[in-house]
Design a protein around this ligand. Structure first.
Ligand SMILES: [Ca+2]
Ligand SMILES: [Ca+2]
Ligand SMILES: [Ca+2]
Ligand SMILES: [Ca+2]
Length: 292
């Protein structure tokens, strides 16, 4: 009898689950897998195996093809590529879980060094470990991406690169040269982990190639660089909101909410509002609501 009640209950919860199947909200309702076990027991090996059994080719425009090494072939595996770099990156949730985050630079870039708070104009392509492409933003249709909102793997790898030079070709087209470009391979813990989309299953290590055409070091155009909008210097720009209006300083063009734009609190007009402190209280005018 007990078994029957249980199985009825089981059936009931199944029906409830099915009828409540989320349509608009993709957020998982189950308990995510253990992050340490998922990496150490599963993804670490699958990433290394992928790199040992696959190779890439890259053309003159830095477009990449990935393929399986032919057993009789002489291709150099990703694993054996002399340019392969590895970063040790801490999991965002479990501090003693350290990932190997792999990347290969094709070109470091020539202009401005990317900072992890910056807004970048990029083209990219993303693959699963089965070589299926899940997303692509082509070179002729680049998008601006806020790095603070990107996956952690991007925030860690892209600051090793610089942007390039923009050329208006004068005929309605544009081109870029000397930009940073490379390939990265990330465990799911530095990407989407248990979150899934139609294209990306949960717990998927991901491969990206990227081209960083332009880097914007001042998101809100207030003359304060993104890196300097991290007022408390803790590496997180979401908790810096001087005027408490729920717009972080990095996206707020009047940081102290005194009605004077930050760029207009550059009293000495040297292009840098961080060194103007009219009342000498140690707080620059743009962060000081009673001074401008
Ligand atoms: Ca604010
Ligand atoms: Ca600001
Ligand atoms: Ca102000
Ligand atoms: Ca002020």
């Amino acid at each position: 009898m007990k078994i029957r009640i249980l199985s009825l209950l089981g059936l009931f919860s199944l029906l409830v689950l099915n009828s409540c199947k989320p349509k608009e909200d993709p957020a998982p309702t189950y308990t995510p897998k253990d992050r340490v076990k998922e990496y150490n027991d599963v993804e670490k090996d699958s990433i290394i195996t992928y790199m040992q059994t696959h190779y890439y080719t890259v053309d003159a425009q830095y477009n990449v093809t990935l393929d399986t090494i032919d057993p009789a072939g002489s291709q150099v595996s990703i694993w054996d590529d002399p340019n392969l770099q590895v970063l040790q990156v801490e999991d965002p949730k479990v501090s003693d879980l350290i990932y190997d985050l792999f990347y290969i630079p094709f070109n470091i870039g020539t202009q401005r060094q990317v900072v992890k708070f910056d807004n970048i104009l990029v083209a990219y392509k993303g693959w699963l470990l089965n070589n299926e492409v899940f997303d692509e933003q082509v070179e002729h249709w680049p998008i601006w991406m806020k790095l603070p909102e990107a996956i952690k793997a991007w925030q860690e790898v892209l600051p090793f690169f610089k942007d390039g030079t923009y050329t208006d070709n004068g005929d309605g087209t544009f081109s870029f040269s000397g930009f940073g470009t490379g390939l990265l391979i990330t465990p799911s813990g530095l990407a989407y982990y248990n979150r899934k989309t139609n294209e990306i299953p949960a717990y998927s290590p991901l491969i990206f190639t990227f081209k960083i055409f332009l880097d914007d070091e001042d998101n809100d155009n207030d003359l304060v660089k993104n890196i300097d909008e991290d007022v408390n210097g803790n590496g997180d720009i979401s908790d810096d909101d001087t005027d408490g209006d729920f717009i972080p300083n990095i996206y707020d063009n009047d940081d102290d909410g005194d009605g004077i734009l930050t760029k207009d609190e550059d009293t000495n007009h040297d292009g840098d509002p961080t060194n103007d402190d009219s009342d000498g209280d140690g707080t620059p005018n743009y962060l000081d609501a009673d001074t401008h």
